[in-house]
Design a protein around this ligand. Sequence first.
Ligand code: ACO
Length: 283
Amino acid sequence: MSQERSERDTVAFEVIDRVAWVRFNRPEKRNCMSPKLNRRMMEVIDELEFRQDVGVLVLTGEGSAWSAGMDLKEYFRETEAQGLAGTRKAQRESYGWWRRLRWYQKPTIAMVNGWCFGGGYGPLFACDLAFAAEEAQFGLSEINWGILPGGGASKVAVELTSFRNAMYHALTGETIDGRKAAAWGFVNEAVPAGQLRARVSEVAALLLAKNPTALKATKDAIRRVREMTYDNAEDYLVRAQEAANSYDGEGRKEGIRQFIDEKSYKPGLGAYDLRRTASANPA
Ligand code: ACO
């Protein structure tokens, strides 16, 4: 592509059956994240967050990459040339949408279709679940071009995998494939590339059948309790459920009713029928 892509065009998305499929859309640059892409991504996820017709967001990449990390030219070299203010602005724009995604209203799934490097670990961790093509390649390549894994990438590695794995990964800059990424805990599962979308659609459908208020409370709980003592977590979880009740007073009662009175489902084996409660309407 000889002409530069417009900011608007750096991200593509469509909503199909309540799943928002959002794509890094700079395949000619292996979907590396430029300031333009970061700004556009924030706008897109912002637009989708409270849409009634969206229940799950999937983040994937157009072409052969998920994301080749930060754009070394536009994110590093060109913003550094603008001095500290330029660097800080670019950091805010990228870290900003990753943070937004970490605490997103809807459950999120990273569908890692190809290359995933460095800064790509930010959005990878921001997504609640992650599925990769077995053929995908993951790497903390920072060491290969002379920096440390910043932008949260070091933190993501130690959050997701063992100390020894993280250290080896960061010090050597060697890539691992999707299968190893699953074994290391970077993603939930790896499947052959040809089956990736079908598997992710299956998981998205599972999530769409759950109470949306409970999904948001649960995803936040799993992230928050990681850094709490047991007693703090116990207290937080009581309060988080009570806060969730203020948004959804009837959902859980209906869940109990369909099991205990109606005997129409078993909570151990699947979700209650959402369509028969007020909480069928997503937040
Ligand atoms: N920053 C800037 N440009 C990039 C980046 C990047 N991170 N990744 C790819 N590109 C550009 C290339 O410069 C090239 O541009 P050109 O067509 O104008 O020459 C184009 O994308 C295609 O890249 P190729 O290298 O030709 O693609 P190939 O498929 O052969 O290789 C690979 C893919 C392995 C991903 C390679 O592009 C690569 O190593 N990219 C850098 C990965 C990386 O280390 N990212 C930084 C991580 S550290 C951080 O994010 C903080």
